[in-house]
Design a protein around this ligand. Structure first.
Ligand code: SAM
Length: 227
């Protein structure tokens, strides 16, 4: 059975999309999408041989070889122009790694209508990337599984691209509209941690680097407290 986290990622994949799942590991997500007739065709990309072999085995076991192509490739190199990919999913990695995959493969995103991204940490990096690259955040979701809190961001090329405030970049424009209980829990956890870091910084040498880092944390704590 697919995890709650990946089921929610799947929920944002449009019916009939042609999907590239990058960093697919066991290819559970594309298998689920095809087995549930949400999509008919996918590419599963993996850069590491072990997970690539697991993905191949899984696709074979499910009898989905004709619908899911598993490729050993780094990031969006798994996407070929003739695939006609319309949606890209990247889940279970840090925000900065997801951004570097998007950045390095930017020209392979031509024709892609929707990005469904699930960073484990630092979703802000993705929001910064979205603004800089003219993608609009159309949906966001926050969820909890095994005591961990995850965010899902859906990006689309819409005109005109939206400008986000520092608060929206940090906490998410859609998530800020909803302010669910899990959202509150996440930001209480984060700001408690930042406060501890700031307190520990008080007792170390006040170098320029420490002062700047402290200032950055204090500003983030303020943003969270305003919310
Ligand atoms: N997407 C699955 C999920 O959400 O459960 C698997 C997440 S797993 C923690 C991250 C996977 O991404 C690993 O299998 C890793 O090998 C793969 N990965 C990391 N960097 C990658 C890259 N540049 N290109 C393709 N795969 C990558």
């Amino acid at each position: 059975q697919l995890s709650h986290r990946l089921t929610r990622v799947a929920h944002h994949v449009p019916e009939g999309a042609v999907v590239a799942d990058i960093g697919s590991d066991h290819a559970y997500l594309p298998c689920y999408l095809v087995l549930n007739s949400i999509i008919g065709k996918a590419v599963a990309g993996e850069v590491v041989r072990g997970p690539f072999e697991s993905a191949k085995r899984q696709v074979q076991q499910e009898g989905l070889n004709s619908q899911i192509e598993v490729r050993l490739a780094s990031g969006l190199d798994a996407v070929h122009p003739e695939d006609g990919i319309t949606a890209v999913t990247i889940a279970g990695m840090g925000g900065p790694l997801i951004c570097s995959i998007l950045e390095q493969g930017n020209e392979r995103l031509t024709g892609v209508e929707r990005l469904i991204l699930q960073p484990n940490v630092h979703a802000k990096a993705i929001r910064d990337w979205a603004v800089a690259n003219h993608w609009t955040i159309t949906e966001e979701e926050i969820l909890k599984e095994n005591e961990k809190i995850y965010e899902i961001l859906v990006l689309e090329k819409k005109q005109p691209p939206v400008i986000l405030t520092p608060k929206q970049l940090l906490m998410g424009p859609k998530l800020l509209e909803e302010k669910t209980a899990i959202f509150h829990e996440k930001w209480m956890r984060e700001s408690d941690q930042w406060k501890k870091i700031v307190a520990s910084m008080e007792s170390t040498a006040q170098t320029m680097e420490i002062i700047e880092k402290k200032q950055e944390l204090v500003e983030k704590i303020q943003l969270v407290e305003e919310v």
